[in-house]
Design a protein around this ligand. Structure first.
Ligand SMILES: [Zn+2]
Length: 585
């Protein structure tokens, strides 16, 4: 029997899939590219059509079309399967798992809820008129699946009850809240915007207050879904599912703040727009790691981004946060200039698409933008202007990756402000020291993000295979032996192994079955996965040891340094052994 994975692989080559995301160069029978999963100037990312796989010599990323799509699009296996099956025109209906996993159920509950909100909008003329007044065309409302919910306590709750969802499921999906008197709807009296992952599955909502509910000042203007098992604020940007192809094609993205900004920008012809609303970038309480992973999503599609935020204080802070991290990624960051208190949605609905096109066309490099702002605000007072440049502009020069670019902007600032270049340089050096920690933090977060993902991915595959084979009367692998080895790698007891992934057991089994069903040599594949996992664990330990070493060296702790170096040697030998083992085969 041919599994859908095999069918998809027969129809889609790795070259076809990867080249739809990044540019490939031919070298002999192989292909290479700049790795999308780590920062690099010269290509070390190789693709083999014969083997249907990719490997990066820089960061160790490797896998097939499924892992590539998962990692590139930030999806789980099922999301990647959905996207690739659609692309290859392979039907998946027959491969629904017998038991619906928790996550599957949550996706279904979100889909039903989206339908419910959509049908409520059709019944409410007032809400429809409001959307029209804000400039949304009917076709846009449909395409973004904008909905509405009346200001009542249990409309959605009762609807989902009828669909036989349990209280707990609704609560887990973030749709209802619990009190002593029972459950009630989280979203009431709101225009509802569904947030989808990059495969188009609805995973969260953002609701804008509307009608009578708006009269109560205690109600927040915007209310977002909480984090749930299927929604992580750092892993999604609003509109990404609709924007990704256009970002790739046009080689730049536009980052806006709110739902209306995004939808109107798409309507005005800029389909390469994504929004921060409801995600980590809009939440100042969220750590830098999350900003890194948020921006990572769009950076992989294109390294050029235009930030378009309301020039008020909150918008300005968002520019600050996103801009600095993006620059340190080596991205080219521009800012679309808009008047104070005007957001893209206002601009488009009042002055038309043309005005928006102009704003994007006239966007300036973020450092130029900030410099102009400082000159405009404090031009007459040279002392204040100098301070403003030091505090608000130089940190961004510091964030730049390239030394040439740094020099270029120092000269530009000096020319425009009449501050001597030497003085700017001196201040920049101080800032470099001050922000060194922040820079390292961003760098580590980026490295760690890739590492954690790869390890998780192998772990998931292995556990899936074990769980799946365990149910067979005649397993194709030695389940006991593999279980023992896994427990050893994780450094836990064998009976604790099942606890590790208890929440998504069904998903894991499904993934293994669909991936390895019909595999001629499962045992060989499992051994390879085990070796890969061991290697990832060793590399992770090595990575931590290197950080430790760095600190010991700064502290000039010679004895400690020697100890750690010895340990590193041992780890390196083990890694080498695994690699040699692979070559012998
Ligand atoms: Zn790489």
């Amino acid at each position: 029997m041919n599994s859908p994975v095999q069918k998809i692989k027969e129809r889609l080559s790795i070259e076809e899939v990867v080249s739809s995301y990044i540019n490939l160069e031919k070298i002999g029978s192989n292909l290479k590219a700049k790795c999308p999963f780590h920062d690099e100037k010269t290509p070390s990312f190789f693709i083999s059509n014969d083997r249907g796989s990719y490997y990066c010599f820089g960061c160790g990323a490797k896998g097939d079309i499924f892992t590539f799509v998962e990692e590139f699009e930030g999806l789980d296996f099922k999301g990647a399967l959905k996207l690739l099956a659609e692309r290859a025109d392979v039907p998946l209906e027959n491969y629904n798992p017998k038991e619906e996993s928790e996550k599957e159920k949550l996706y279904r509950i979100m889909e039903e809820t989206t339908n419910f909100f959509e049908s409520n909008l059709i019944k409410n003329l007032e809400a429809q008129k409001y959307l029209k007044d804000r400039g949304l065309e009917d076709i846009t409302v449909k395409s973004f699946r904008v909905g509405f919910v009346e200001n009542e306590w249990r409309l959605l709750y009762n609807f989902l009850k009828k669909k036989e969802f349990s209280d707990l499921e609704m609560e887990k999906a973030g749709l209802v809240k619990k009190t002593d008197k029972g459950y009630y709807d989280r979203f009431r009296g709101r225009i509802m915007f569904p947030i989808a992952d990059s495969s188009g599955r609805v995973i969260a909502f953002s609701g804008r207050i509307f009608g009578v509910a708006a009269e109560n000042t205690a109600n927040a203007k915007y209310l977002n879904s909480p984090e749930t098992p299927i929604f992580s604020k750092s892993a999604v940007l609003y509109g990404l599912d609709k924007a990704k192809d256009s970002i790739r094609k046009n080689n730049f993205s536009i980052l806006v703040e709110g739902q209306f900004d995004l939808i109107l920008s798409h309507q005005a012809g800029f389909r390469n727009t994504v929004a921060t609303s409801g995600t980590a970038l809009s939440d100042s309480t969220i750590s830098k790691e999350n900003v890194v992973s948020n921006l990572g999503l769009i950076r992989r599609l294109s390294s050029n981004v235009v930030l378009a935020f309301d020039a008020d204080k909150a918008g300005f802070n968002a520019v600050n946060r996103a801009g600095k991290v993006a620059l340190s990624f080596g991205m080219d960051v521009k800012v679309a200039s808009m008047l104070d208190g005007v957001d893209p949605a206002d601009l488009i609905s009042k002055n038309g698409s043309e005005a928006w096109h102009e704003a994007i066309k006239n966007s300036k490099h973020i450092i130029e933008f900030l410099l102009n702002k400082a000159l405009k605000d404090f031009g007459s007072d040279s002392r204040k202007m100098g301070r403003e440049i030091k505090e608000k502009v130089l940190p961004f020069v510091n964030a730049l990756e390239s030394a040439i670019e740094k020099a270029h902007f120092l000269k530009k600032i000096s020319d425009a402000s009449q501050i001597p270049e030497a003085a700017l340089k001196e201040d920049l050096e101080k800032i470099e020291k001050e922000f060194q920690f922040e820079k390292e933090e961003i760098k580590n977060a980026t490295q760690l993000e890739n590492k954690v993902f790869r390890k998780d991915y192998i772990e998931r595959r292995l556990l899936g295979i074990v769980l799946w084979q365990k149910k067979m009367t005649k397993p194709a692998i030695n389940v006991e032996k593999i279980t023992k080895e896994l427990a050893e790698i994780f450094d836990i007891k064998e009976n604790e192994l099942s606890l590790k992934f208890k929440d998504n057991k069904e998903d894991l089994i499904f993934e293994a079955e669909v991936f390895y069903g019909g595999d001629a040599d499962l045992e060989k594949d499992v051994l390879e996965l085990l070796n890969n996992l061991k290697e990832e664990y060793l590399k992770e330990t090595l990575f931590k040891k290197m950080q430790e070493l760095h600190i010991l060296e700064i502290k000039k702790n010679n004895r400690g340094t020697i100890e750690v170096l010895k340990e590193n040697n041992k780890i390196n030998k083990k890694i080498q052994n695994i690699k040699n083992g692979r070559l012998k085969k």
